[in-house]
Design a protein around this ligand. Structure first.
Ligand code: RIB
Length: 304
């Protein structure tokens, strides 16, 4: 059976919307607050599941009310939650997200996510599956999980976000590494900005490929994405969006990418679809709740 398997983080996102973010030491009044499911692992699982393929998540939550809410939200979106572990005595992950002027700043208290480990992953990977991980849970566990998945013939997608130094062997088990401009800069020491030439982005992607990833996808926000493999470099133009909140757009891209890869799309085809899905996701508030359905993405593709 084809399946997307996401291993990673779950957070309760405390989303505070204000006219602008406060300066250090300043207080800004008249903000709005919302408690929304999030965490890169959860967001990516929801994005994949809403687009069709059977999807499972492996991760850790605390023994608190937020953990129950996150589990319920996943189940309501047809994500298999049998792989969620409760870490006694720990709080569920929490992210404070300050949204202002269409942009966001995020502070994460990892809580139970810190205790996620490979021994919590009971499933045996299969060649028909795509396994997905990020950098919000312990990286040594991610290395072991992705190595096992790849050895079993599953395809592996790694979102190197938020970037941190990682075990050197990790990328050797990765089919597709996905990073945004900031993460690509941090991973390669090649500065990538909003106006960097595409040739510079491609150069950075190849530098990462040299460390083991078979393909690298750079997500460039409104500029679209670049897919770099051994054979080619393909630029995907940005899709139009009426931006309300960009939180989780990268996660939407990853989940949608995995959802297409698992049904046989090439990395370029999967990235083209994911690019449109991510553009749709920024038109609603929040991360996980903003993930589009297959019908919404199809409508957007039809009108493009
Ligand atoms: O990528 C967005 C996510 O980053 C948010 O949902 C937040 O929980 C943080 O993990």
């Amino acid at each position: 059976m084809t399946r997307v398997v996401v291993c990673g983080s779950l957070n309760m996102d405390v989303v505070v919307q204000s006219a602008r973010r406060p300066l250090p030491g300043e207080t800004v009044l008249d903000a709005e607050v919302a408690f929304l499911p999030g965490g890169k692992g959860l967001n990516q699982a929801i994005a994949a599941a809403r687009l069709g393929p059977p999807t499972s998540i492996f991760g850790a939550v605390g023994d608190d009310a937020f953990g129950n809410t996150l589990r319920g939200f996943l189940a309501d979106n047809n994500v298999d939650t049998l792989g969620l572990h409760v870490v006694t005595g720990q709080a569920s992950g929490l992210a404070l997200i300050q949204v202002a002027q269409g942009d966001n700043a995020i502070t994460v208290a990892s809580g139970a996510n810190r205790y996620f480990s490979e021994i919590m992953v009971s499933a045996e990977p299969r060649p028909s599956e795509v396994w997905v991980a990020q950098f919000e849970t312990p990286l040594e566990a991610t290395r072991i999980i992705m190595r096992k998945a790849r050895q079993a013939g599953a395809r592996t997608v790694l979102n190197m976000a938020p970037f941190q130094s990682y075990p050197a062997a990790l990328l050797k088990s990765i089919d597709v590494a996905v990073l945004n401009e900031i993460e690509l800069t941090q991973a390669t020491d090649i500065t990538i900005g909003t106006s960097s030439a595409l040739s510079t982005v491609v150069e950075a992607c190849h530098k990462l490929r040299a460390k083991g990833a078979r393909a690298v996808v750079a997500t460039l926000g409104p500029r679209g994405a670049v897919v770099v493999t051994a054979e080619s470099a393909t630029a995907i133009p940005g899709a139009k969006a009426d931006v309300i909140d960009t939180t989780g757009a990268g996660d939407c891209f990853i989940g949608a990418f995995a959802a297409r890869l698992v049904v046989g799309a090439t990395p370029v085809e999967a990235a083209q679809y994911a690019n449109v899905a991510a553009a749709r996701s920024v038109e609603r508030l929040g991360a996980a709740p903003s993930m589009p359905t297959a019908k919404e993405v199809a409508a957007r593709l039809a009108s493009a």
